[in-house]
Design a protein around this ligand. Structure first.
Ligand code: HEM
Length: 213
């Protein structure tokens, strides 16, 4: 699988958050049960990412929650005309044409006014019941891929790759940390999803999965 660094980093955080919480791991495994299959007896697996995004709300919710907590998206724009911005305090700020405006979406993603207990990873935070009574996870007011004209062009690829990769790993392997305790590693900034500053060494034991035929 060819991937982009933001997706690889996000897959790490998503996996770490799921595996380090037995209840979340159990919920995700039950959603993907029977959906990752061995390709005709070979050492390859097959998964339908559209199914995962439509029918696995906890897995999809973990994707959004990992994005909320571990990405640091910015939108940078050059102003074509003067604009006035009103601060929360009521102060009026004039931004001049030609200046650059930087919007750090993370501030919004970690604001307790928008997300209750914002530093807590909550696998069910983005899940709601749709009109047809089906549970689904929706990104809602979060902007991890930026906004407007220059919004990320790789959203569909990022979702498909990350969610499929995590589902395949969880379905095929039981992962256990070498040093036994799942302590969240510190992270360092990148231009998108942060990366862990240390390696997490794991033991992996193969699980039995169904064949496609
Ligand atoms: C988890 C994965 C990813 C995250 C969090 C992410 C995030 C972002 C963000 C925040 C921006 C800036 C948006 C703005 O200016 O408002 C951006 C731009 C962009 N991203 Fe991504 N991205 C991801 C994956 C990808 C992938 C997989 C691709 C391509 C295959 C991609 C292609 C692009 C391109 C081409 C732009 C520039 C868009 C433009 O200026 O018109 N991204 N991304």
């Amino acid at each position: 699988m060819v991937t982009q660094i933001n997706v690889a980093n996000l897959a790490f955080w998503m996996l770490f958050r799921i595996i380090s919480n037995p209840e979340t791991l159990k919920l995700v495994r039950s959603e993907i049960e029977g959906r990752v299959k061995r390709e005709n007896g070979m050492n390859m697996v097959k998964v339908d990412h559209q199914y995962l995004m439509r029918h696995c709300p906890v897995l999809k919710g973990c994707f959004f929650e990992a994005l909320r907590l571990h990405s640091e998206p910015w939108s940078v724009r050059k102003l074509e005309k003067d604009i006035k911005v009103v601060e929360k305090s009521g102060e009026l700020v004039l931004l001049k044409a030609g200046q650059y405006l930087t919007v750090p979406h993370t501030v919004y993603h970690l604001d307790p006014e928008n997300f209750q207990d914002p530093y807590h990873f909550n696998a069910k935070r983005f899940i709601s019941r749709e009109e047809n009574e089906k549970l689904n996870a929706q990104r809602g007011i979060m902007n991890p891929f930026g906004v407007g004209f220059s919004k990320c062009k790789g959203i569909a690829i990022a979702e498909a790759e990350c969610v499929s990769f995590v589902a395949c790993l969880l379905a095929t392997l039981d992962l256990r940390l070498v040093d036994k305790t799942w302590r969240l590693p510190a992270s360092q900034r990148t231009t998108g999803v942060t990366s862990p500053v240390i390696d997490c060494r794991v033991f992996g034991k193969l699980r039995n999965i169904q064949d496609t035929h």
